[in-house]
Design a protein around this ligand. Structure first.
Ligand code: GCU
Length: 673
């Protein structure tokens, strides 16, 4: 497929600016690659695609010293590693006559090439450059939640590109294109199956599937991504002939050792396992009275000889809670389970922790577990898939949300202990760390359902590479590469993206309380949907007020999991930020926020405003009708109309519900039902 929808940000539109065209043409008349590997093959292929499309020219390959562009891995060229840069780093230096891209590894060279292509797509001059780049985060990983039957858990963009009808897809072109997209933004690892490993997927680690999985691994290898698999902790019982999966049992240990050896026979650079254990009914060490350190270390021992990793998820909580029980607090769970185990995990175990303590809500505080374990490797998990943020029907540019998370100061080692530094391994001496996200792609032609949701995938990669990039900068980069170069287009879509998360929040559950969504589906409002359920997700609205009391004195004590001054800041009603008020406190509807409004009036105002803002988005988009291609224009137009209906439903249900509960009228007397 070669359409504008399909090509996402690798459009490689023809360069019309004459000066730049001549400049690029000259450079690409003589290109020398010093390197010989699958990654260098990808470099060659990518340059051929890009140069053909941008300049309608063939790359002039050469082996001579007078090349205009030289691309090399520093070690192949017998030059010292580019100083001060890590293994994935690169330099791009250009003096007008010659441009050199030198990576500290093949992967570094590949990233350098994608950097150059990005500059060309953004129509920047490449004659005088002195660029030094390296990723901040060692791990920059994507988790697919794809199932063998072709479905994608929490997928909103069609079916899987990896599997269909119980089989791995035969035609792997699309997987290769996905690898190109991911690599172009610096992603270096991927797990290709759902963290919930069902019956047949448990066999992925057997001969039945390994040959084909090895093929997929080699596609990703060519683009610098290491392949991981999610595994079923009970595999020794499910696919072996053991009666136990007890991690301290000798036969179980040996079973995994043999299994791992077999996997490495097929995939010599296999990354390791992603494990969801003792979480939402998945099996784990608890069944044998063992803890998470026992469980993960057993797998770590098997993987260690091959330098494999265990990525152990911390999404562990009681999902059979009694709603009558006000003392159990799901938000506390990850910290309570894992923090006491600090120091017991092997050095090739990495804990994967969701950004918030609940589950990817539109607004949550940062998980207090991140950074709280100084002797245990940690990675942060984000969700690009818009499970609770509009299913890629509603527009929600998530980079600003993630930026807030990265910049949160935990004070774990005094001021400046930001999440950004913790996950980069700069606060504690982690051996492995970084960022991982649940993918938002599927086999829809445009990959992400909503065309503008491509920006979230792009942005995740860029932010994982460099968390200090600004949200606007990332959006502009993405826009320049994705849509025709036109200031109006850029400004209009930029405004839409930048306003979209606050708009979504406006018509969603208010002030950080979360969860008022249709159960299971997680799209559209259902205010009491989770209120009397077992999931631990409540708003406690009554006729007087609402919110969850998580304070030390009268609530669940969750605030105690933070360091000072965050602990007191959240615990104290006067200092708790408005946007998280109902996450931490139960307050009367007439409680006055720092904004000067009462809680109830805030609810009415934001919900009326949110809907109006969606009408504003529609108006903005309509202005682009003549400048954009029909396919992408119509795709977004259709989504915006569905977003409008969703926002209307949220507005009216939330306002009506709280009006009926509280009996307090809207000061502005607008229609409430
Ligand atoms: C959420 C999501 C599930 C997913 C789970 C997880 O609860 O709704 O579909 O399996 O997160 O992260 O494991």
């Amino acid at each position: 497929m070669d359409t504008k929808m399909y090509n996402m940000w690798l459009q490689y539109d023809s360069i019309n600016n004459q000066t730049l065209r001549e400049q690029y043409t000259e450079f690409f008349s003589k290109v020398r690659l010093i390197g010989n590997s699958e990654i260098f093959d990808s470099i060659k292929e990518e340059l051929e695609i890009a140069v053909d499309k941008m300049l309608q020219q063939k790359v002039g390959w050469t082996a001579s010293d007078d090349a205009k562009i030289v691309i090399a891995n520093s070690s192949d060229w017998n030059i010292k590693a580019v100083e001060g840069l890590n293994e994935e780093g690169y330099t791009i230096v250009s003096n007008g006559n010659q441009l050199k891209i030198i990576g500290n590894s093949d992967r570094g060279a590949l990233y350098g090439v994608f950097h150059l292509l990005r500059m060309m797509q953004m129509q920047e001059s490449i004659t005088t450059l002195s660029i030094k780049e390296q990723p901040t985060n060692p791990f920059r990983m994507i988790n697919q939640w794809d199932n063998l039957d072709g479905s994608v858990e929490r997928g909103y963009s069609g079916n899987s590109i990896f599997y269909e009808n119980g089989k791995i897809v035969e035609d792997k072109t699309r997987i290769k294109d996905y690898a190109r997209f991911l690599s172009s933004v610096g992603i270096n690892a991927i797990s290709i199956n759902n963290v919930n490993v069902w019956e047949e997927e448990t066999y992925f680690i057997t001969k039945k599937y390994l040959p084909e999985i090895a093929e997929i691994a080699s596609i990703f290898r060519g683009y610098g991504l290491q392949l991981y698999l999610s595994i079923n902790f009970a595999s020794p019982i499910a696919i072996g002939d053991l009666e136990t999966a007890d991690p301290l049992d000798g036969s179980v240990k040996n079973w995994w050792k043999d299994k791992v050896r077999e996997i490495y026979d097929f995939i010599p650079d296999f990354g390791g396992f992603v494990v969801k254990a003792d979480s939402e009914h998945r099996p784990g060490p608890f069944s044998y009275d063992r803890d998470h350190a026992d469980g993960s270390n057993m797998l770590a021992e098997a993987l260690e000889p091959f330098d494999g990793k265990v990525i152990w998820r911390c999404f562990v909580y009681n999902c059979l809670q009694d709603w009558r029980d006000r003392s159990t607090d799901r938000a506390r769970a990850a910290y309570d389970h894992f923090k006491p185990l600090d120091g017991r995990f092997h050095s090739n175990v990495i804990l994967q922790i969701k950004n918030g303590p609940m589950d990817f809500q539109v607004r949550e505080p940062v998980s207090p577990l991140i950074g709280a374990m100084s002797e245990t490797n940690q990675m942060m998990e984000l969700q690009i898939a818009q499970e609770y943020t509009g299913h890629q029907i509603d527009l929600c540019y998530l980079i600003p949300q993630w930026k807030e998370v990265f910049s949160f100061d935990t004070y774990i080692q005094g001021e400046g202990s930001t999440i950004e530094k913790i996950v980069a391994g700069q606060i504690h001496p982690y051996r492995h760390s970084g960022v991982v996200a649940v993918s938002n792609i599927g086999n829809d032609e445009n990959w992400t359902g909503h065309t503008l949701a491509q920006a979230n995938l792009y942005g995740f990669g860029r932010l994982a590479w460099n968390p200090s990039l600004e949200s606007e900068t990332i959006a502009k980069e993405w826009l320049k590469q994705t849509f025709p170069q036109n200031n109006d287009v850029e400004q209009t879509i930029l405004d839409m993206l930048m306003s979209s998360w606050p708009i979504y929040e406006n018509y969603n559950a208010p002030l950080g309380v979360g969860w008022m969504v249709t159960t299971h589906l997680h799209y559209g409002p259902s205010i009491d949907g989770y209120e009397y359920s077992r999931w631990g997700t409540y708003h406690f609205a009554d006729r007087d007020g609402m919110g969850v009391d998580r304070t030390k004195e009268t609530g669940t004590g969750y605030t105690e999991q933070y360091e000072e001054p965050n602990r007191s800041m959240y615990n104290n009603l006067d200092t708790c930020p408005d946007e998280l008020l109902l996450f931490f406190h139960h307050v009367p509807y007439k409680h006055t926020l720092k904004s000067g409004k009462t809680v109830i009036q805030h609810i009415y105002d934001t919900h009326f405003e949110g809907y109006e803002q969606v009408l504003g988005l529609q108006k903005k988009w309509d202005q682009l009708e003549r400048v954009l291609d029909e396919e992408r224009f119509n795709n977004v137009k259709e989504r915006l109309e569905r977003q409008r209906l969703n926002a209307r439903e949220w507005r009216d249900q939330i306002n009506t519900y709280f009006y009926r509960k509280s009996g307090i009228a809207d000061e502005k007397n607008r229609t409430i039902y």
